[in-house]
Write a protein that binds this ligand. Structure first.
Ligand SMILES: *Cc1c(COP(=O)(O)O)cnc(C)c1O
Length: 417
């Protein structure tokens, strides 16, 4: 398997992108691109430029020298990664806040309908936000959470049969954060549109790793994270997508001056800006926004199709490694086996999962992540990860279990896992 890993690396057309990222600790194996992506060299340089030259030198003049348009400009680049038009995506706020804005806007645009539908494998924050959106819209809707039978596959069939003419909105994560299951966006959207409801997709675990087709599938609304596979940095602003023909009929429930038609006339009556700009609320965070752009540029340069192809190959290789080295040790696959249903991470379950993941960090210089109850996730970022690292990490995992190294770590519970 080591020879195979080396061969896959030698044949990898994206391998040279690795040199464009910062590796402060060359021996660290990092498997959390889906929690916090790596820093790129270009981002490091861009941060220096924006702090020293744009802020330091230009001061307030910076707003008219590019800052004010950056939510739309950088959003327009992200649009190219998710199959949208450049005027359909905006960078602002956090994923949770954007989800709230779009969910409330959607409920108000479908009056007289009583339901939001989601699934039990959605990210908990999304569930909280959908409930908060219901409260903000008057508390008249019910949040219907369709249960998954196995915690790996989304409950697609029962979800689709639950969609009816009382449904206002269907809100789902495109790729599930625990198992990495990928929804068929076209199929769900078609079922939602058949009853006149709206879709709201969370792309946090797909953007930058998967080839997303918002326009082609007819998706209505979407949000997503930029600090994961887009490498935008901790807490970087998120993005939102509103299909062009819906933009002028939806209203931002968090009205603020940046979404006002003419903010610098300082009128007291709010009028929504035309187009996507109405979904801005307050002043954009220029420093964080600036950190997002170089990571997006790198993905555009590589081509998102090539990125997805490598992601699928890497997770496929991980599955082979699991089957050979880890399944015999009691690791259970908690991700779909089928390539077309798999996102960019593989989840393995083991009863000693938390102890194992701590042992990997402390003893093996490997950072995987742990999600309760017993899931260890290995995410792959095609631009900066090697097949050989996957092999070495799996061998380390094997050692931790075979030699019971994890037993020393079973009683420690860290605050952030
Ligand atoms: C990471 C993630 C978020 C993060 O939301 P924040 O508002 O940035 O904290 C939301 N939803 C999903 C599905 C995620 O994976």
């Amino acid at each position: 398997m080591l020879a195979k890993a080396k061969q896959l690396d030698a044949d990898d057309a994206l391998a040279h992108f690795r040199g464009r990222f910062v590796f402060a600790d060359a021996d660290l194996f990092y498997f959390l691109p889906n929690s916090l992506g790596r820093l790129s060299v270009a981002t490091q340089m861009r941060m220096q430029e924006v702090v020293e030259q744009e802020w330091g030198d230009r001061l307030i003049r910076g707003w008219n020298e590019g800052w004010i348009d950056s939510p739309q400009r950088i959003g327009g680049k992200i649009a190219q990664l998710v199959g949208a038009q450049t005027d359909e995506v905006l960078l602002a706020d956090s994923t949770s806040v954007n989800l709230f804005k779009l969910a409330v806007a959607a409920l108000r645009a479908r009056p007289g309908r009583a339901k939001i539908i989601t699934d039990s494998l959605n990210f908990p924050s999304d569930i909280y936000v959908l409930q908060a959106a219901i409260d903000a819209a008057g508390g008249q809707h019910e949040l219907v959470i369709i249960e998954s039978q196995d915690d790996v596959y989304a409950p697609v069939e029962s979800l689709i049969s639950a969609i009816d003419d009382q449904t206002a909105l269907v809100s789902l994560s495109h790729v599930l954060y625990r198992s990495g299951f990928v929804y068929d966006m076209a199929r769900v959207t078609q079922a939602v549109h058949a009853v006149g409801a709206l879709t709201l997709w969370d792309l946090s675990h797909s953007v930058g790793a998967m080839d997303v087709h918002l326009n082609q599938t007819g998706a209505d609304l979407a949000v997503g994270c930029t600090y994961k596979y887009l490498n935008g940095g901790p807490g970087a602003p998120a993005f939102l997508y509103v299909r062009r023909d819906l933009q002028d009929s939806l209203h931002n429930p968090l009205a603020g001056w940046m979404g006002q038609n003419k903010p610098f006339e300082f009128g007291l009556e709010y009028r929504s800006a035309p187009g996507i700009a109405r979904f801005l609320t307050g002043t954009p965070s220029i420093l964080s926004l600036s950190a997002v752009e170089p990571g997006v540029d790198l993905l555009l340069e590589a081509g998102i199709e090539a990125v997805q192809a490598k992601s699928a190959k890497m997770t496929g290789f991980l599955l082979e490694l699991w089957e050979t080295h880890l399944a015999p040790l009691g690791f259970v696959l908690k991700s779909p086996r089928e390539a077309r249903l798999r996102g960019s991470h593989v989840t393995l379950g083991h009863p000693a999962g938390l102890g194992i993941s701590l042992a990997l960090k402390k003893e093996k210089n490997i950072i995987p992540d742990f999600r309760p109850p017993d899931n260890i996730r290995f995410a792959v970022a095609p631009l900066y990860m090697r097949y050989e690292s996957l092999y070495l990490a799996v061998k380390a995992l094997q050692d931790v279990v075979e030699n019971r190294i994890y037993e020393r770590y079973m009683t420690i519970v860290p605050k952030v896992t």
